[in-house]
Design a protein around this ligand. Structure first.
Ligand SMILES: [Fe+2]
Length: 236
């Protein structure tokens, strides 16, 4: 059983297209997405349409939730400017969506628990919930206290692996707004054997970053996103 796991596309359709083209070469059995389909990037409707068309198994991220309900109180803003940045992006994103998109986002599951190759696997936007930024200690504690052999989580926008008690937490990084220090889109490929992951590979994929930057300007999204996606560095 071979799977691809991706996360945090954030409306960056150009990055998603390149990632899906790469995944096609690897003949995976199933693609999973860990949420944050949109917000910040200029093509939210296009991204949701592709996720639906390709039948990618997706859970809900905190930005998918706030696009639907506009509730910002669960976000931890470091400054009023950061709050304004999010508000402007939500307004731009909502204008580009139809009722069908809102229904789809609202009905996304918060988590998926699946058995793969005899292993209990959890897919979740973040640990233990979609708004939290977990540190290493918290992740290891979560692994120890839960039954899952493998936990896939997103939200951090940087690839990572943590192990504890023979269990593993894996973050595939971000497709559309990476914070791993360069502009490439990131996801991971996993080959399962009998009750174990046999191979795990993080893939870094170049994509036409400037195409996304142009659309951010054309569609009136906050320009701060341009700086983040060009560098892979987010400065609050
Ligand atoms: Fe995100």
């Amino acid at each position: 059983m071979k799977i691809a796991v991706l996360s945090d596309i954030h409306g960056n359709n150009a990055a998603l297209q390149c990632v899906l083209r790469e995944i096609e070469k690897h003949r995976v059995n199933k693609i999973f997405c860990l949420g944050d389909l949109l917000d910040f990037g200029p093509e939210p409707a296009e991204v949701v349409n592709i996720i639906q068309k390709e039948r990618i198994a997706t859970i809900k991220g905190n930005h998918d939730q706030c696009i639907v309900d506009y509730q910002l109180e669960n976000f931890q803003f470091k400054s009023p400017v950061e709050r304004e940045y999010l508000e402007k992006s939500i307004t731009c994103t909502r204008k580009l969506l139809t009722d069908k998109h809102f229904d789809f986002l609202e009905n996304l599951p918060l988590r998926m628990e699946i058995e793969i190759a005899g292993c209990p696997v959890l897919f979740i936007h973040s640990i233990p919930d979609m708004y939290n930024y977990p540190g290493e200690k918290e992740i290891r504690k979560f692994l120890q206290e839960n039954k899952y052999r493998y936990v896939f989580y997103g939200h951090i926008h940087r690839p990572a692996v943590y192990c504890s008690d023979g269990k593993m937490a894996i973050n595939p990084g971000s497709v559309g707004k990476p914070k791993h220090g360069n502009a490439m889109a990131c996801f991971c490929l996993i080959q399962f054997g009998d009750r174990v992951i046999k191979e795990l590979a993080f893939k870094f994929i170049p994509y036409p970053v400037e195409e996304t930057c142009r659309k951010i300007l054309q569609r009136g999204f906050p320009q701060k996103t341009i700086e983040v996606i060009r560098t892979g560095i987010y400065k609050p």
